[in-house]
Design a protein around this ligand. Structure first.
Ligand code: FAD
Length: 500
């Protein structure tokens, strides 16, 4: 076999050129500049799968507007706990990105992050009660101090005119707004990070499929590679492998045969967005407006009407409309799901199929929805919407985690999970949410699990890069305000601390 990678060996091999591999590579370059790193991406550019701006919603998830991170308990109360964790995680991402910008390691932040206020919007008595309770649970916390609440249509119209104009005045509506919300072009950020790596000695290989992964005799890993266009094959040996292949991660993890991968399966959920084709309409909306998920819908199918900035251009997006496809990657194969079924995961997969009939039914119903029905859903958020102003685009695939469960046999999990081999020579990421926004804390967790000894020595460097690392900002209001101000300045965002 030939070596189609330039080197036969690397300390670190990153499989996949999405936001996760790019973030991990940037971290390792900062922490251990002398380690050799090779990245392999099957497509011709980085960030073209889930990290591409049109394949995800670009929300900088900080739990400012996503109601599924703080659901009501049976007694109607709302716990701020999960929302706080997610917001703290996003603060770390902001700090790491600011460090890279401040040190001229990546380009202008305007190319990948912009201020877009985050709103939650609900209709009806019960949902209004819930939103108020949620607001009261979050507002006292430092990280949610800027949040505003209103049931007044005139005020809500000032925040987001399109959602009020033409609405039945008898409808009871309520909204919250956090001015510091963000829209992130994760594809642009991925490109910035891979360019930084490439300029600093990382061997970047596009158009390279990693087709196999086997344990080497020295405890490292032998990877087989294929160049799909030329048909060439090759191999590379790695001391450490990160399986950052997004939806492709499960197959590679299964191929590695590590015991930690046993019992995991994947449940793919596809999606579509409506994109507004009329720039004058897009110009009238400046917010990400998240609502409530409909009954039976998975948590990531919460509808939202979103201002987006992609390639410097402002646009308007609505969705997602969930769907079902057996692909694990948008550029994948219909055989992805069937080929992922193994003796080790068949019980959890069957258990999930049995226990989630309502989800399957929901997805099938969504798939067959016609354009007009999709416009109806949009009109809940934009009553005067006209079908002709919107085009359907296909979003990325999300592969939700199926895992063993002692009681139920198997469960479906909507978050992300870091899987690490016991000897630390391999790590992988499964799942999709809250996703790219929290790439920074997720990759720190991966480093901690896979390099436990080095990790102790990295503490002061991590703290230099992210002054809030290891600190609960919500319990340190002064530091929280200082870092919010500093990261807003570095990333050219609006600062809420300036006015508090
Ligand atoms: C519809 C939708 C909406 C979303 N909205 C948001 C949002 O608003 N905010 C947010 O933070 N997150 C969001 N996410 C989640 C976010 O997009 C993902 O968590 C994130 O992009 C995952 O990054 P990744 O690097 O793991 O995967 P990807 O970006 O998919 O990258 C994986 C890469 O690996 C490559 N690859 C796969 N197999 C191989 C192989 N064998 N060899 C070589 N390369 C391989 C692929 O080609 C791909 O480029 C959303 C996702 C979807 C699908």
């Amino acid at each position: 076999m030939t070596f189609i990678s330039k080197t036969p060996h690397a300390d670190v091999v990153l499989i996949g050129g999405g936001i996760m591999s790019a973030t991990l590579g940037a971290f390792i370059k900062q922490l251990e500049p002398d380690w050799s790193i090779s990245l392999f991406e099957r497509l011709d550019q980085p960030g073209l799968e889930s990290s591409d701006p049109w394949n995800n919603a670009g929300t900088g998830h900080a739990a400012l507007c996503e109601l599924n991170y703080s659901p009501a308990a049976k007694d109607g109360s709302v716990s701020p706990a999960k929302a706080l964790v997610i917001n703290e995680q996003f603060q770390l991402s902001r700090q790491f990105w600011s460090h890279l910008v401040d040190n001229n390691l990546i380009g202008s932040p305007k190319g990948f992050i912009n201020t877009v206020p985050h709103m939650s919007f609900v209709i009806g008595e019960d949902h209004t009660r819930f939103l108020k309770t949620r607001y009261e649970a979050l507002k006292p916390h430092t990280l949610f101090r800027s949040m505003e609440y209103s049931e007044d249509p005139a005020q809500i119209a000032k925040w987001a005119p399109l959602i009020v104009k033409g609405r039945d005045p008898k409808q009871r509506i309520a909204a919250t707004r956090a001015a510091e919300g963000t829209d992130v072009d994760f594809g642009a950020l991925t490109r910035e990070l891979t360019t930084y790596m490439g300029n600093n000695g990382v061997e970047i290989n596009y158009g390279h499929d990693v087709t196999g992964i086997t344990r080497a005799s020295d405890g490292g890993w032998d990877l087989t590679l294929k160049h799909p266009r030329s048909g060439e094959h090759g191999k590379i040996h790695a001391k450490f492998v990160f399986v950052g292949a997004g939806g492709g991660a499960l197959h590679l993890l299964q191929a590695s045969g590590i015991p930690e991968s046993k019992g995991y399966g994947g449940f793919p959920v596809s999606g579509q967005f409506f994109r507004c084709t009329d720039e004058t309409i897009a110009a009238q909306h400046s917010a990400k407006v998240y609502g409530q998920a409909s009954v039976g819908a998975p948590p990531m199918s919460v509808p939202h009407l979103d201002t987006r900035y992609v390639n410097g251009k402002r646009s308007l997006l609505f969705g997602p409309y969930a769907g079902f496809s057996t692909n694990f990657l948008k550029n994948g194969s219909y055989l992805d799901l069937p080929l992922s079924i193994r003796p080790g995961n068949i019980i959890p997969m069957l258990a999930v199929a049995k226990d989630n009939m309502d989800l399957t039914a929901y997805l099938v119903k969504e798939v067959v929805k016609k354009h007009d029905q999709k416009v109806e859903a949009l009109r809940e958020y934009y009553p005067e919407a006209k079908g002709g102003d919107w085009e359907l685009i296909t979003a990325g695939q999300r592969v939700q985690i199926i895992k063993k469960d002692p009681q139920k046999g198997g469960i479906l999990q909507f978050g992300t999970e870091v899987i690490a081999g016991r000897d630390g020579s391999i790590g992988a990421l499964l799942g999709a949410s809250p996703g790219a926004s929290t790439a920074v804390p997720i990759m720190i967790e991966l480093l901690q699990k896979t390099f436990p000894r080095n990790f102790k020595g990295w503490q002061s460097k991590l703290k230099d890069m992210m002054p809030g690392y290891g600190v609960k900002l919500d319990e340190n209001p002064d530091l929280a305000a200082e870092l919010e101000r500093a990261t807003a300045k570095s990333l050219q965002l609006e600062s809420v601390s300036a006015s508090h």
